[in-house]
Design a protein around this ligand. Structure first.
Ligand code: GRF
Length: 199
């Protein structure tokens, strides 16, 4: 299973996927890492690891389309089976999504459809939910809305702030992304409406 990773920052989900491959719990290969941010720690880590690492800085392109075209060009060369968004802070256009139908995955730090968008952990605290978690899902043209592959839950404690909850969720994100990829690799799956059905 060939994986491309798109990131903009810390890159801990990317590192978790890389680690799972290194220790044999995920049979896959990271064929490219693309960052839109020059100073992303995840990009530096990818370079250290000797992976095919690319900076495609959106500030260097006149339009969103021009930036995406370069990302798509690199992806076409790398021929991934799946594109993993891992803290990639750019919205993808419908053209991009249509180029890779049901091949783009994202991870979001809430139990979707609750709390899409930014600051999901703070939204969860503010709302007062007692359980939150993370969601790995296929990307469609709506924000944080595509068919769900894996979810994992965590408790929300009364004394949590957004940072404490984010740290608890992040531990589960690292497990969930690997679990989702391994399920897609090893199981037969199909999409019916919004549902990802594994058989
Ligand atoms: C994670 O919380 C992920 O759910 C969200 O962005 C964050 C990325 O973290 N989409 P990292 O860069 O993988 O450490």
């Amino acid at each position: 299973m060939r994986l491309a990773i798109l990131l903009s920052g810390r890159g801990s989900n990317f590192v978790a996927i890389h680690q799972a491959i290194a220790d044999g719990s995920l049979q896959a290969e990271i064929v490219c890492v693309i960052s839109n941010q020059p100073d992303a720690p995840g990009l530096a880590r990818a370079r250290q690891l000797g992976l095919s690492a690319h900076l495609v800085n959106h500030r260097d392109y006149a339009t969103r389309t021009a930036h995406e075209e370069e990302v798509l060009r690199i992806l076409a060369q790398a021929e991934p089976d799946f594109i993993c968004l891992a803290g990639y802070m750019r919205l993808l256009t419908p053209v991009f999504i249509a180029a890779w139908p049901h091949r783009i995955l994202n991870i979001h730090p809430s139990l979707l459809p609750a709390f899409p968008g930014v600051d999901a952990q703070a939204q969860a605290i503010e709302y007062g939910v007692k359980v939150s978690g993370c969601t790995v899902h296929f990307v469609d043209e709506n924000l944080d809305a595509g068919p769900i592959i894996v979810q994992r839950t965590v408790p929300v404690r009364d004394d949590d702030d957004a940072d404490a909850l984010a740290a608890r969720i992040l531990e589960q994100e690292h497990i969930a992304y690997v679990e989702a990829l391994e399920k897609l690799r090893t199981r037969k799956w199909r999409i019916e409406g919004r549902r990802v059905i594994f058989s």
